[in-house]
Design a protein around this ligand. Structure first.
Ligand SMILES: Cc1ncc(COP(=O)(O)O)c(C=O)c1O
Length: 353
């Protein structure tokens, strides 16, 4: 391509999970929430008018950041920045804190978008392989780099690194630590107190999972105000539209609804895990809204994925990546959706597991 940049010649871009057009598909492939957002979200959106479309939105989403600061227990809105999904904030963090050519660290396996973002930014992503129990090796705590993405709980393993170990890493690491808490509302604990304790820590959250707002693209990052100012300098002037700001504000103010929704997901997760274990899968206990189910039998995980899709209209996620190509990542759906999945798996693998 004559006009494309040389550094992007080989770039493939991120491959999002399939979004089917036809109805009747059971979608357990992109870690969306199976339940609707709080009813207060739709009320807030309906209250918006043509003027909200005609005018520019609040450039810094001040009311949303103020309310989030209260809920997260942070001193004030200057500790937060909101964005067009967490993915935007992940791109901004590289732009703000990493020079092209610098090294960025992540544990493998993890969220594969980091690798694409580093390629786009022309910096090097260095993976540190998790051990056979998916834990960081001891050498991880001695690593040096400009920035590290630490996903907690991790995707696609669903496991959360012990908080004390995160603390040890943040204390030793000389660069910025981004703690990606996309799935934290399904977990047992969080690290939202770290930004006040460590000047190099940024904690990021999304409204796509526990708040059921993936379609509206809302993310938020917490860090000490000096870091937030760096983000603010380089972001698009109006990076969050008016609808997303209102929806996020309504959603975050209904904590009770969010916690109930997350609890329903957690209950189904426990039951589905037991059923998958009975079928012969190896499934670690998950702290997220998905399960990573490893499969050593026949047919292969890739074939199961394909048969689920073709014959049962059930989408799960299959990664043709090292250490993941014998596994399925299954988003927790409703009880009915998970029952349909288990039924289909029984038919596909029979008693061969
Ligand atoms: C680990 C992780 N971080 C970030 C995101 C992106 O969140 P958002 O939808 O807010 O861009 C995802 C989405 O799947 C994720 O899995």
């Amino acid at each position: 391509m004559a006009f494309g940049r040389k550094i992007y010649e080989e770039l493939e871009g991120y491959t999002p999970g399939e979004q089917p057009k036809e109805p009747g598909v059971i979608k357990l492939n992109t870690n969306e929430n199976p339940y609707p957002p709080s009813p207060r979200v739709l009320e807030a959106l309906q209250a918006l008018s043509a003027d909200n479309a005609r005018r520019y939105p609040d450039p810094v989403a001040a009311p949303l950041r103020r309310v989030c600061a209260e809920i997260y227990g942070l001193p004030g809105e200057e500790w937060l920045i909101a964005g067009n999904g967490m993915d935007e904030l992940l791109a901004l963090v590289l732009r703000a804190f990493v020079d092209p050519g610098d090294t960025v660290l992540a544990l493998y396996p993890t969220y594969s978008l980091y690798e694409v973002l580093c390629r786009i930014h022309d910096c090097q992503l260095r993976y540190i392989d998790a051990d056979e129990n998916w834990q960081p090796p001891e050498s991880f705590y001695e690593e040096k780099a400009r920035l590290c993405f630490l996903t907690r709980p991790n995707a696609p393993t669903g496991l959360a690194l012990d908080r004390a170990l995160v603390e040890k890493f943040c204390t030793n690491f000389p660069g910025i630590v981004v703690i990606d808490e996309a799935y934290v509302d399904f977990a047992d604990d969080h690290c939202m107190d770290f930004p006040e304790r460590f000047e190099n820590v940024i904690v990021m959250r999304t409204f796509s999972k526990s708040y059921s707002l993936a379609g509206l693209r809302i993310g938020i990052a917490a860090a000490n105000p000096a870091l937030i100012r760096e983000f603010m300098k380089i972001k698009d002037s109006y990076n969050m539209n008016a609808w997303s700001q209102e929806a996020a504000l309504a959603a975050v103010q209904d904590q009770e609804y969010m916690h109930q929704s997350a609890e329903r997901v957690r209950k189904t997760r426990k039951h589905l895990r037991e059923q998958l274990l009975d079928l012969g899968f190896t499934v670690h206990p998950s702290q997220t809204n998905f399960l990573l189910a490893h499969w050593a039998g026949t047919p292969s995980a890739a074939e199961i994925f394909e048969t689920l899709r073709r014959d049962h209209h059930i989408l799960v996620r299959y990664f043709n990546h090292r250490r993941l190509d014998n596994a399925l990542r299954i988003t927790i759906g409703t009880d009915e959706e998970c029952a349909a999945l288990v039924h289909a798996l029984q038919r596909i693998i029979g008693d061969r597991g």
